[in-house]
Design a binder for this molecule. Sequence first.
Ligand code: ADP
Ligand code: MG
Length: 493
Amino acid sequence: MSLIDTRTPDPKKFIPGATGDWEVVLGLEVHAQVQSKSKLFSGAATAFGGEQNDHVSFVDAAMPGMLPVINEECVRQAVRTGLGLKAQINKRSVFARKNYFYPDLPQGYQISQFDQPIVGEGIIHLDMPDGPVEIGVERLHLEQDAGKSLHDQHPSMSYVDLNRSGVALMEIVSKPDLRSSEEAKAYIAKLRSILRYLGTSDADMEKGNLRADVNVSVRRPGGEFGTRCEIKNVNSIRFAGQAIEYEARRQIAILEDGGTIDQETRLFDSVKGETRSMRSKEEAHDYRYFPDPDLLPLEFDQAYIDALAADLPELPDEKKARFINDYGLTPYDADILVVERQSCDYFEDVAKGRDAKIAANWVINELFGRLNKEAISIDNSPISSDQLGGMIDLMADDTISGKIAKDVFEILWTEGGDPAAIVESRGMKQVTDLGAIETEIDAIIAANPDKVEQARDKPGLLGWFVGQVMKATGGKANPKAVNDLLRQKIGIE
Ligand code: ADP
Ligand code: MG
């Protein structure tokens, strides 16, 4: 791969060293488990959990004479992901054997793709606080996952669990276009979001279904690319950020000391917050790649690609643009909504036929705020979009005030129910009856003659009176009616 620098150096991102500024250059190789019922080349289940070695076919265990058969669903998912990344789809691709020995790799090689991957160059768009950035995707290829070695089950023995052996992975390789840990974190989050919208991977990092190998190098701004180290298998976005920060500083310290960086594979120790050497970097030729003789090249035509393209859901970038244009949302609010498809659906349900900004405000600030606080996903929200919408309607037609709406929200959250019925049965309706409000106002004016005097010179004091009336009416008086009446009675223009 030719390394082309597409970025103008940005001083805001430089890491200072003893002898001047340094720029970090990052490229990510993300492994995402393909969402499919069975494995890439066998009919064994991909289900998470279960007993060890429960989901293993003869193919996955590499019994002699067993032949791989491509799972079409995995191919479909890879092509759909490529389309979602606005990438070149290669109508002909080739599976290759990547040879290495590991106890949890019974074949003695991994079936992967080498010089002819299923998907070529694409783009991931990031909205960073300083503005948009386009990150190049170099390629996406399909490959098998390995099994798992278990070393801590027995003091003197190791075990191998082949449940993951042969599960389909998509390896998505970025160009070395990332320039800070913030960008790298945003890249992983965006990729995860796209995969989930597409339903091509659940991209769950906690289950190990999305892992990132992070390539880190440093250089003088605008200079030649430096030698990189690859940090393997980082399994959370936060750890990726920490690993990059640590690794960049480690490399800067070596270079400033007059040393050189050894190209190597490193591990991130999340407990110590540092990276450490695992092995010197292997080169592609060490793997003796060759086309897998058991598998024909993968070939499909334009009609196949077009059909999948036509069926693609709306993705985060398009949704964001539409939310800003159609609903008048701020880019900030739109960004929050589009992270998850389910949040968008929820918001659009609430916004339908209502003031979209008010809907966004309630969904983002009240609902998401509460869901986050209690670590509940939007799918399990105790308040449905119908309930929240119904509550907003009661505010819109002045049945309840914004303040009472928060109480209704609380009741919906804890007890559920129909918002209109709750308001009716609990006497939460806003008092718009001028007579009732007037009685309260008269009482407060009569009790505070000196404040009335002052308010005539200092209309700012009106707020105090409004507060008193609201208190006396349990927050149910219509604030506008209170304001108007108070001005009239006190005699403020
Ligand atoms: P390999 O497969 O041997 O790891 P690749 O050439 O496919 O090597 O690159 C792997 C990743 O490393 C890519 O994401 C690429 O962008 C990134 N990369 C390449 N050169 C550098 C560099 N000098 N600094 C940081 N990242 C780099
Ligand atoms: Mg690599």
